[in-house]
Design a protein around this ligand. Structure first.
Ligand SMILES: C[C@](O)(CO)[C@H](O)COP(=O)(O)OP(=O)(O)OC[C@H]1O[C@@H](n2ccc(N)nc2=O)[C@H](O)[C@@H]1O
Ligand SMILES: Nc1ncnc2c1ncn2[C@@H]1O[C@H](COP(=O)(O)OP(=O)(O)OP(=O)(O)O)[C@@H](O)[C@H]1O
Length: 270
């Protein structure tokens, strides 16, 4: 079975509270971004995970696709699988790429082995693999809260909006990013702000990681500025970075951007 795990963008992100379990509560909106990896999962006689594309740090046995298999294997005594992951979405980008691989692996095995797990059950497994992971089970625009893994569906349709994502070849680890943010009350009601026209978001929809990380990584502000200068109606850091995106509603494709040629750029329609 061949699946294409897509990335996500965060529209607004408020880190609101330190939790007793060491994590933070947050409020954010997640939307799917059609920048994808490719993952093949096949029943096999021996277990294997092979990798191509962008190198993934760490042992293959710690890969989130593998950990997804092990979670289900422990409960359902699955046969061996052969998996191949072709990695395209940059890592440490705030795009949830690793989480998507894990969620799509869970979904693929649910189908392949006819496990009959419900959406809620798959989300429960996904939560054990990472805070972002559960989003990719339904993969629809949501308002997310608590650890970023409890959702309310959002009536926000950005389908067809031209988007540009710039990854400045800078790996920001999620843990490091959180350690730089001091939790505080949300500055705006995110759901109310997102219900207003996109032209207003620049003033009302912000990402707490952007303010905390920009003094350490000024290039994040430079990219955002370049996106606005090119005509973006809204631009922001995604998640804990380092990818910065711009939205260009009404265009068939985002304009070209004068950024460094070693930056990785994704252009397309949401
Ligand atoms: C920044 C976001 O991408 C926004 O969507 C997510 O909150 C990150 O989710 P993720 O990459 O799946 O993160 P996890 O693998 O669950 O956690 C990595 C590390 O980030 C911190 N972390 C993560 C999520 C959260 N709600 N609070 C945290 O403090 C913790 O230090 C944790 O050890
Ligand atoms: N399939 C995978 N793809 C990417 N990273 C993986 C994968 N499996 C395990 N990892 C580990 O997860 C780490 C990446 O997590 P990180 O949270 O920084 O990035 P991400 O999942 O790409 O996106 P985000 O920054 O939104 O969480 C890597 O350093 C790698 O060791």
């Amino acid at each position: 079975m061949l699946v294409f795990p897509n990335a996500k963008l965060n529209l607004g992100l408020y880190v609101t509270e330190q939790r007793p379990d060491g994590f933070r509560n947050l409020e954010s909106a997640f939307v799917p971004l059609p920048w994808t990896d490719a993952l093949e999962v096949l029943p096999a006689t021996d277990n294997a995970l092979t990798l191509t594309g962008i190198p993934i740090p760490g042992e293959v046995s710690t890969n989130l696709c593998w950990r997804a298999y092990e979670l289900l294997q422990a409960d359902f005594n699955l046969p061996p699988v052969q998996m191949h992951l072709h990695k395209v979405v940059p890592i440490g980008a705030g795009l949830g790429g690793g989480s998507a691989d894990a969620a799509f692996a869970l979904r693929a095995m649910n189908t392949l082995f006819d496990l009959k797990l419900s959406t809620a059950q798959l989300q429960q497994y996904a939560r054990r693999l990472g805070s972002d992971c559960a989003f990719f089970i339904e993969n629809k625009p949501v308002f997310a809260y608590e650890k970023g893994d409890i959702f309310e569906l959002l009536a926000l349709d950005l389908t067809g909006v031209a988007c540009k994502v710039v990854y400045p070849n800078l790996h920001i680890s999620t843990g490091e990013a959180y350690s730089r943010v001091v939790p505080r009350k949300p500055r705006h009601d995110l759901r109310a702000s997102l219900a207003q026209p996109m032209e207003t978001w620049r003033e009302t929809v912000s990402n707490d990681f952007e303010e905390a990380l920009t003094p350490h990584y000024p290039l994040l502000a430079e990219i955002k500025h370049a996106l606005y200068a090119a005509g973006a109606v809204y631009a922001s850091l995604s998640g804990s970075g380092s990818a910065v995106y711009g939205l260009f509603p009404g265009l068939e494709m985002p304009p070209t951007l004068g950024v460094r040629h070693d930056y990785l750029v994704w252009d397309g329609l949401l």
